[in-house]
Design a protein around this ligand. Structure first.
Ligand code: PLP
Length: 384
């Protein structure tokens, strides 16, 4: 075991972030104040959307988007088999059924042909996941969603700052969901946001994050009344003002962090260019990839040990590799509740045997990148 451990992802905070939070902590408004509006507008402007609604996590943002889309009992929602469990859990907890589709071998993004086979009269929405930070093909998905009258929700929790053909993710779906967890592109500790061009969606989400209350406290103050109504029960998914102040401060640094993430990815690409042992995922447009993750596939045919053992040896060498994700059909809850089985999604399941996420985060030094690449090549060549 080495004493310097390189994690797979890590936040970066500087004194300007701490000062921004400190200022709000000394103010009268710790929550439901003006910093929330400012942060929402800043993220919406950055991605080219008309509205942003800040919530307490990416998971909450998914829940809000599903509710705004009208997803409920008896509905079905399409999503890739290879994604974070929150996509499925939020659909299930909205009363609907998560319907999985396989992913493409080369980039692990949802396979549109597989999705087409899963459409039913109950299908209400499609969640496209920008896996690792690479945007899905939104031009195709938009047409597909329109043809089948589906709400297109982008789970861009990996993909803040990514783009397709120069258009930012956040402006390519009916609603787009971001996460501000510390391993993501910018952080608010915990936090998330839904961005959309539709006022109706934004308004529904504002209510849903605030117990379903018809008018918020600022509107009540303006109207000089205490009175409010609740038509539908909902949640407290609000994000605090000091978290929004942190998010705003972080957002200023996002452009240079994206440059750094892409630089690190280029270094890995070069290091692994001719390796027979592993291969990075296919990238459709390096300039549009936000590189939340740098994912490689092991060539197990030329290696004498499996991924679990390689994972263990890399961790022992101080390399914080990770795995994103165990396919959802292999989760007990999906098998018990919906009858999914091992073997249902061969592409996602084969990928699961082979993929590793290597460390990537803006503060990672060139020496760290080199150490990760050298350790991978060294360990893999010793077990060929
Ligand atoms: C693809 C994806 N969707 C949703 C989420 C949920 O975000 P959060 O952790 O902010 O709830 C995550 C978080 O890791 C994610 O990676």
């Amino acid at each position: 075991m080495t004493d310097t451990f390189i994690p797979y992802g890590r936040h970066f905070l500087d004194s300007s972030d701490i000062a921004a939070v400190d200022e709000v902590l000394r103010s009268d408004w710790l929550t439901t104040g003006s910093k929330v509006d400012v942060f929402e507008s800043a993220v919406a402007d950055y991605v080219g959307a008309d509205y942003g609604v800040a919530v307490s996590s990416g998971t909450a943002a998914l829940h809000c988007a599903l509710v705004a889309a009208g997803v409920g009992d008896e509905d079905e929602v399409l999503m890739p088999a290879l994604t974070f469990v929150a996509d499925a859990s939020m659909v299930a907890l909205s009363g609907a059924r998560p319907v999985l589709a396989d992913v493409k071998h080369e980039d692990l993004l949802i396979d549109v042909n597989a999705v087409a086979d899963k459409i039913s009269p109950r299908t209400k929405a499609l969640i496209a996941v920008d896996y690792a930070g690479q945007p899905c093909d939104y031009i195709f998905l938009r047409r597909f969603a329109d043809r089948h009258n589906l709400c297109l929700i982008a789970d861009a929790c990996h993909a803040l700052g990514s783009s397709q053909d120069g258009r930012k993710v956040g402006s390519l779906a009916d609603m787009t969901v971001f996460s501000f967890h510390p391993v993501k592109h910018i952080t608010t500790g915990e936090g998330g946001m839904v961005v959309t061009d539709k006022a109706e969606f934004a308004e529904k989400i504002r209510k849903f994050r605030n117990h379903g209350i018809s008018v918020d406290h600022q509107q009540r103050a303006q109207r000089a009344t205490w009175e409010y109504d609740v038509e539908t029960f909902a949640f407290n998914y609000r994000l605090t003002d000091f978290q929004c102040a942190l998010g705003l401060s972080q957002l200023k640094k996002l452009p240079i962090w994206l440059v750094r993430r892409r630089e690190i990815a280029r270094r890995y690409d070069l290091a692994f260019k001719n390796s027979p042992y592993l291969k990075p995922l296919h990238v459709n447009d390096a300039g549009g990839h936000a590189y939340h993750l740098y994912v490689v596939r092991l060539n197990l045919e030329v290696l004498s040990i499996d991924k679990a053992e390689i994972f263990k040896r890399l961790r022992q060498a101080g390399i914080g590799v990770n795995v994103h994700y165990k396919p959802l059909n292999l989760m007990t809850v999906m098998q018990r509740k919906y009858g999914y089985l091992a073997g249902d999604f061969p592409v996602a399941e084969k990928a699961y045997e082979e993929i590793l996420s290597l460390p990537i985060y803006p503060a990672m030094q060139d020496e760290d990148v080199q150490k990760v690449a050298d350790s991978c090549l060294h360990i893999l060549s010793s077990v060929k």
